[in-house]
Design a protein around this ligand. Structure first.
Ligand SMILES: Nc1ncnc2c1ncn2[C@@H]1O[C@H](COP(=O)(O)OP(=O)(O)OP(=O)(O)O)[C@@H](O)[C@H]1O
Ligand SMILES: [Mg+2]
Length: 328
């Protein structure tokens, strides 16, 4: 088997806040192959963004810290690297598109200068070459009057424009992995389509993608595989076809049934009853137990691990573990 481009193993991220401590990400494992696109989905607060920040070592600390795990990227464990190495990796080998564009742009510098600095930090090119390259990328992401925008400060631009600039900065250095966290939420439908076609183009050049989104339609269009997160853990992983057509975990089944576009019978469209528990009181055992129609006693005691439920298809659920495991 070919080694994946990135292999996240047992990643846990803990926050220690004034209100208490909790795991925002608990024992999360998944990998992404070269040229592969993986979608990470799940309800608000389940830990998708914190997973992305963990991979790139950008967890705000305090209050957060990575409490365990390994992140193997191109044969190095990112969790063991020094800040200088991480700075080289970020932006060039791994780039990020955040939910909030202003978190990636410096308010103090003009767009052109930020882009040129980004390019010259990683590439041996002249100022003039970097400027022309940056301008070309602003046009590629559909920013009108690119040359003029290069002289603007971020606050002078609309949210949609800032988002496009951040996307240009993330894609312009041909990274081997793009982590996109709700990349197009702030954009109109036409621009969204434009950005996704740019990302798809990159995929053909063997760029891998971790796409975080609430939009299952986007996952279906863009991703080869999907991991579903619920309350800090991955509950199901598999190919797009398996997860959408043969969902195994009761949470995934509920998630899909709650989506109008995917539900064939609209009269049966239903939200999952109950509420996501607060991270301060995630229950012992399976985090989905109080909302699950199948719940067994064992689900309240033991944490189900991800186990194979088919070729390349995994679920963390005692439904698939047989009588013996359930009665153990
Ligand atoms: N800096 C922080 N300090 C304290 N808690 C945090 C911090 N960042 C995230 N959290 C908490 O960690 C949990 C996971 O948050 P995260 O942002 O990863 O959710 P998400 O799945 O990305 O949600 P959304 O879909 O709304 O973006 C949440 O309970 C959130 O409140
Ligand atoms: Mg998020």
């Amino acid at each position: 088997m070919i080694a994946p481009l990135i292999d996240i193993q047992h990643l846990s991220v803990r926050f220690d806040t004034d209100e208490g401590s909790f795991h925002a990400v608990d024992d999360v494992s998944f990998s992404i192959g070269r040229g592969e696109s993986v979608g990470l989905v799940g309800e608000s607060g389940c830990g998708k963004s914190v997973t992305a920040l963990g991979i790139t070592r950008l967890i705000p600390s305090p209050p957060g810290h990575i409490s365990s795990g390994r992140i193997l990227f191109d044969n190095m464990d990112l969790l063991l690297q020094k800040p200088a190495v991480l700075r080289q990796v970020r932006g060039a080998a791994i780039s990020m598109i955040f939910q909030e564009p202003l978190s990636a742009l410096s308010p103090l510098h003009r767009i052109g200068r930020q882009m040129v600095e980004g390019i010259r930090f990683h590439r041996d090119v002249s100022n003039k070459e970097a400027w022309a390259y940056a301008r070309e990328w602003l046009s590629k992401v559909g920013l009108p009057d690119a040359e003029e925008r290069m002289y603007a400060y971020p606050f002078q631009l609309s949210g949609g424009m800032q988002q496009r600039i951040m996307i240009a900065m993330a894609l312009m250095l041909s990274p081997s992995l793009v982590i996109a966290d709700e990349p197009t939420t702030a954009l109109d439908v036409t621009t969204q389509a434009q950005i996704f076609s740019l990302i798809r183009e990159m995929k053909q050049n063997d760029t891998s993608l971790l796409l975080i989104t609430h939009d299952m339609g986007v996952v279906w269009e863009m991703c080869d595989r999907v991991s579903v997160m619920y309350a800090s853990r991955i509950v199901e992983s598999g190919s797009r076809q398996d997860v959408f057509n043969r969902p195994a975990h009761p949470y995934t089944t509920g998630l899909l049934a709650a989506i109008p576009r995917l539900s064939v019978d609209k009269t049966r469209l239903q939200a999952i009853p109950g509420q996501v528990p607060s991270p301060f009181d995630y229950p012992r055992g399976c985090h989905f137990q109080d909302r699950c129609e199948h719940v067994f006693d064992v689900c309240r005691e033991n944490t189900p691990e991800l186990r194979s439920v088919g070729e390349g298809h995994f679920a963390a659920c005692f439904l698939y573990r047989g009588e013996d495991a359930r009665n153990a």
